[in-house]
Write a protein that binds this ligand. Structure first.
Ligand code: SAH
Length: 213
């Protein structure tokens, strides 16, 4: 089976799973996921599954990447903040559907590899930083959209505060039963609305920086 065929199969599967935004589907079609996974897993790049990356982290399954991007309702005018650059795949997908992506990662090893991929693919609208993502990126706030790609144990208030009014954030959040749910948070004039979208499994959002890593 060649790569193009696998890719078409994946796009069809995502469509069947309810991903309708053609901009999201075309981003998945255009970004080569095989560049974002370790060489040993390149063969599986277009299977609908999460794969291990360096530093004990994971690249999410294509369905979850597509679902989160779709439900974030990003437009080409949006300024988006992503927490947890990891391989850079989600940031690359976001970069195709919005104006600018700011992405924060705590592992330098991961961020250097991700930055190299962005350069190789000429994705010039992504800016990255090594930091504790739970604090957001105050200098660049407010954001139209925020996507957190690691699971929080409590509501990430500092991030929510960096949303503009009317802006939305998608975050995997542990519930009282310690199950992770994707939650969509919308900033209103006087607070935040929350709605639960899907049960998920993400690596944990870790507090604190890791500059030495
Ligand atoms: N979006 C990534 C998925 C990465 S997995 C991709 O498309 O590949 C989650 C990532 O969040 C990991 O790389 C982990 O190191 C990072 N992370 C966890 N806690 C963090 C924090 N407080 N600040 C920044 N990054 C964090």
């Amino acid at each position: 089976m060649n790569e193009d065929y696998r890719k078409i199969q994946l796009i069809m599967a995502l469509r069947n799973q309810g991903i309708r935004d053609t901009r999201v589907l075309s981003a998945i079609e255009r970004i080569p996921r095989e560049l974002f996974v370790p060489p040993a897993f390149a063969e599986q790049a277009y299977e609908n599954k999460a794969l291990p990356i360096e530093c004990g982290q994971t690249i999410s399954e294509p369905f979850v990447v597509a679902f989160m991007t779709d439900r974030l309702q990003v437009t080409d005018r949006c300024k988006v903040l992503e927490i947890g650059t990891g391989s850079g795949y989600q940031a690359a997908i976001l970069s195709m559907v919005c104006r600018r992506v700011y992405s924060i990662e705590r592992y330098r090893t991961l961020l250097q590899a991700a930055d190299a991929r962005f350069t190789q693919l000429r994705l010039t609208n992504i800016t990255t930083m090594i930091a504790d993502g739970t604090k957001g990126w105050p200098k660049q706030a407010p954001f139209d959209r925020i996507m957190v790609t690691a699971a929080a144990t409590e509501f990430p208030a500092q991030l929510a505060d960096q949303l503009r009014v009317g802006g939305t954030m998608i975050v995997p959040l542990e519930n009282a039963e310690r199950q992770q749910e994707l939650v969509r948070v919308t900033r209103t004039e006087d607070g935040f609305d929350q709605e639960t979208l899907l049960e998920v499994r993400f690596v944990p959002l870790v507090l604190g920086t890791a500059r030495e890593l």
